[in-house]
Design a protein around this ligand. Sequence first.
Ligand code: CTP
Ligand code: MG
Length: 177
Amino acid sequence: MLDEFIRLILLILPAYAANAAPVVLGGRFPIDGGMRAWDKRPIFGSSKTWLGLLGGMAAGLLAAALEAHMLRGTAYDLWAGRPEWYAGMGLALSAGALAGDLAGSFIKRRLGLPAGRPSWLLDQLPFVLAALLAAWLAGASFAFSPMPLIFLLALTIVLHRAANAFAHASGLKKVPW
Ligand code: CTP
Ligand code: MG
């Protein structure tokens, strides 16, 4: 079970990278171009930008490549050293994380929450759930056993809160969530 949990964390790391990088690399060229949805509220809001998507994809792919290199030949060589798998999984996990994050913001806007306002769970979970789904669709073999998955989600909430508090304290982010 510990082993499964470690594998799950290693699997999700590129998604974490893709979710965190936009804070530093993004912030310009809003995806919705300022457009509003049927409820007259922003589609995604000014915080979701093309630069963020680009930076997130780059960071996620880099993380997957680093993992491929560092885990090669170890017991945690998730994809048995097949580099094309790491690239594919890096793509799936990054795209999944960024799409999930976008979906989270979309829902927040529909709930009437302006960009940057906190939302318990919608801020922390959509990216990781969508990344897992994308990796699974892309053929990643991981066990869907409940305990490691629950631990991963709990860990993600804690890490997300801590990382955002840190990003705020160090002046990278306007709000601490
Ligand atoms: N960011 C970006 N592009 C993305 C995602 C994030 O440029 N696709 C950047 C933005 O500068 C954003 C920061 O990363 O302010 C933090 O992202 P996040 O916490 O997801 O945005 P919030 O400002 O909290 O907006 P929301 O209410 O939509 O979650
Ligand atoms: Mg947020």
